[in-house]
Design a protein around this ligand. Structure first.
Ligand code: C2E
Ligand code: MG
Ligand code: MG
Length: 686
């Protein structure tokens, strides 16, 4: 005889139903989160993520189902067949993994939703496999329509869940997906449960080896604990990986890649940090700039330059005490901070230490490289309380140290600020000096030493500033070079002097100084050629003076330009010989027509044996290479006599005359004052 038991709603323990819903919500949330990570995981980690997500997703469905089953009281004796109970867990895990794998591999189309359908069908398969394990003293009668509806609802809600994960339109979509997954699991389950009617049959008994409710509770507890632990472990690992990546990123943005020292951004942050302890504590900023680094780069190559920087950086960073800090802020510029000191002497000692570390020779490729360093110090609160300004002030002090041959560590003084302002004012004025016609060229004689007769002139630029009066070229030429203005100014000088020389009766040579930047102009050779054609000056009468700095900048290009200029017939002299980094090597490699020995070697040459030796060897070198030598800065008869005895070819200096204005020139060059309008016209044409 069959007794029918129905209506699932009246036979559920709602506390356990709530527990099922809670586990379902927690597991769904975890699964959705993990699946989103899976979608963004790198190729190698994707599979691990997928399996993890599938396992947790499957366990969620399974645990929800069986907790709900525990909540269900069929009023009759019941139990669960162990094989199908465990099989239903495996079905859930494999099915969900497969569903997520399909969606993760989707590249357009409806594959994401298809993965969702597989997910929904997995819920149903799990449900019916689990139900097949349900043992009662009787049989289960299924309502076909409701069973079918449960499968379809599961599939539809599965598709919706995956659609929300795979095609999010707002940040709430992930929560929507979780909610939809909970609905998929619960609606599928309860619709499925609604489809059953139990027909009791006393001839059928529950097998004794089946799993009891108590045992099932323990099993569910184990599975739930397992998936929760796995989920949270995954989260912890993920969080640590993310944290690590974040740390690496922060490190990269705050450090210099070559030396691994803190970079400028880090320095600014550090200064902001130290600003907090002002004015109760003291903070000093030291700017360091390497001397002669560019030359090392040019002579030994960039790899050697990089290795040198890395070595110096690690030395600077290696022995820092607490409250000391070093950053690399530019090519060969570093900034150090010392805070919380009592006496400025401690800062001096720190600066001295830093300097010693830089000066130690650096062994690179079987040789030892040496660089110098200039340091500037400014401190708060003595020089102000804005640490960014303090840093600029230490930079000014560093520049002062750079131009001081005797002291490489300078402290900031208020006078430096004033000078800096003046320099800026000078830059502003220099920009308009050409337009305002404030430049003038002076000419200094160059004489043959044997006959003492003039052979040419060197053109020397003068700036007649409207308020400051005459500004020395040593002051404004470096500024013109730094600002790039030298290109226009240099061309003006070349044009003016070529027209001038072309108007002379006597065919004296005209020597014109050319700055490194001019030589690197792509059309410099064309400019020279055009000016020669326009002015009708014979090319042999023009001599361009270049210093070693021009050559060091870009050797290949310089050589090319020099050959083009020489091909026109123009001569090229090496200016300030002996003051450069490797004058001898330069002389051998480049086609010079003349060597000009720097005036620092000529002064007192007849009494100073060292200078005499240098000049003698230069003269020998000139003879060996077939290049005539001119001595600069000859001021006395004795110096000239010495040079004559050593067979030096030419001399220039106050002995023969100071640089002179045009009006004084005419006696020697035999020419009436030039028509200024002619020169101006020519200039405006150029
Ligand atoms: P420089 O080319 O080596 O020019 C020689 C400098 O030595 C000139 O200084 C000249 O006045 C000075 N001098 C000549 N004879 C004597 C002497 O017997 N004793 C002493 N104590 N000095 C002497 P100046 O005119 O002040 O020029 C300085 C530097 O400015 C020049 O050195 C050159 O490098 C640069 N300069 C001048 N005019 C130009 C120009 O048109 N273009 C470029 N690029 N640089 C220029
Ligand atoms: Mg010169
Ligand atoms: Mg010179």
């Amino acid at each position: 005889m069959l007794k029918v038991v129905g209506c699932f709603t009246q036979e559920h323990d709602f506390t356990l139903v709530a527990a099922a819903a809670f586990v379902c919500l927690l597991g769904s949330g975890l699964s959705v989160r993990l699946f989103v990570r899976t979608l963004f995981a790198r190729e190698g980690r994707r599979l691990v993520h997928l399996i993890l997500t599938g396992t947790i997703g499957g366990a969620t469905i399974w645990a929800t189902h069986f907790i709900a089953m525990l909540a269900y009281d069929p009023v009759v004796d019941h139990a669960y067949e162990p094989v199908m109970t465990i099989a239903s867990l495996l079905v859930a895990m494999v099915g969900v993994t497969l569903a997520f794998a399909i969606a993760a591999a989707a590249r357009g189309g409806l594959r994401i939703e298809f993965g969702g359908v597989v997910f929904g069908l997995t819920i149903a398969t799990m449900h019916y496999t689990g139900m097949s394990a349900f043992q009662i003293p009787g049989v289960i009668i299924w309502d076909q329509a409701l069973s079918t509806a449960s499968v379809l609802l599961g599939a539809a809600l599965g598709a919706l869940t995956f659609n929300r994960i795979g095609r999010p339109v707002s940040r709430y979509c992930r929560a929507g997906a979780t909610f939809s997954m909970v609905l998929a699991i619960c609606i599928m389950h309860f619709t499925g449960m609604g489809a059953i009617t139990l027909a009791l049959d006393p001839t059928i008994s529950v097998p004794p080896k089946a799993i009891s409710d108590v045992f099932l509770s323990a099993l569910v507890l184990i599975v739930v604990t397992m998936f929760l632990l796995t989920g949270f472990a995954a989260f912890l690992i993920e969080a640590r990986v993310q944290d690590e990546a974040k740390k690496q990123f922060t490190h990269a943005t705050l450090h210099d890649t070559l030396t691994n020292l803190p970079n400028r951004l880090y320095l600014v942050r550090k200064l902001e940090e130290y600003a907090e302890i002002l004015p109760t504590s003291r903070v000093a900023v030291i700017t360091l700039d390497l001397d002669g680094f560019k030359e090392i780069n040019d002579l030994y190559g960039h790899a050697a330059g990089d290795a040198l920087l890395a070595c110096i950086a690690s030395r600077l960073n290696g022995a820092l005490a607490p409250d000391e800090f070093v950053a690399r802020t530019g090519g060969d510029e570093f900034v150090a901070i010392k805070a919380n000191y009592r006496h400025i002497r401690e800062v001096d000692a720190f600066a001295q230490q830093l300097r010693t570390r830089v000066l130690e020779p650096v062994p690179i490729e079987n040789t030892e490289l040496n660089v110098g360093v200039s340091l500037g110090i400014a401190s708060a609160p003595e020089h102000g309380d804005d640490l960014l300004e303090i840093q600029q002030k230490s930079d000014l002090a560093m520049h002062r140290a750079k131009s001081d041959p005797y002291c490489q560590i300078h402290h900031f003084t208020p006078g430096m600020d004033q000078q800096n302002r003046e320099r800026l004012a000078l830059v502003t004025d220099l920009r308009v000096a050409l337009e305002r016609d404030e430049f003038e060229v002076h000419y200094q004689l160059q004489n043959d030493i044997a006959t003492r007769a003039p052979v040419g002139f060197e053109a020397l630029l003068r700036w007649n500033h409207p308020t400051r009066g005459r500004v020395s070229p040593d002051q404004f030429i470096p500024i013109a070079e730094q600002t790039g203005l030298i290109r226009d100014i240099g061309l003006w000088v070349l044009r003016t002097t070529c027209f001038e020389a072309a108007s002379w009766e006597a065919p004296y040579r005209m020597a014109v100084n050319v700055a490194p930047q001019q030589l690197l102009q792509p059309s410099f050779a064309e400019y020279v050629s055009d000016i020669l054609i326009e002015s009708r000056l014979a090319p042999e009468r023009l001599e361009l003076e270049i210093t070693e700095a021009s050559i060091i900048d870009d050797q290949e290009n310089t050589l090319r330009v020099m050959h083009r200029i020489k091909a026109m017939g123009v001569r090229i002299a090496m200016d300030d010989f002996g003051t450069g980094y490797s004058s001898l090597a330069t002389l051998q490699a480049f086609p010079f027509d003349k060597i000009k020995i720097d005036r620092s070697f000529i002064s007192g040459i007849h009494t100073d044996p060292q200078r005499a030796a240098i000049v003698r060897s230069t003269l020998l070198l000139g003879t060996a290479l077939g290049i005539p030598v001119l001595a600069e800065g000859v001021e006395t008869e004795e110096e000239l006599t010495f040079l004559q005895k050593e067979s030096c070819a030419e001399a220039q200096g106050f002995y023969f005359g100071r640089p002179m204005a045009l009006a004084d020139l005419y006696e020697i060059t035999h020419r009436k004052p030039p028509s200024l309008t002619l020169v101006r016209e020519a200039n405006s044409n150029g």
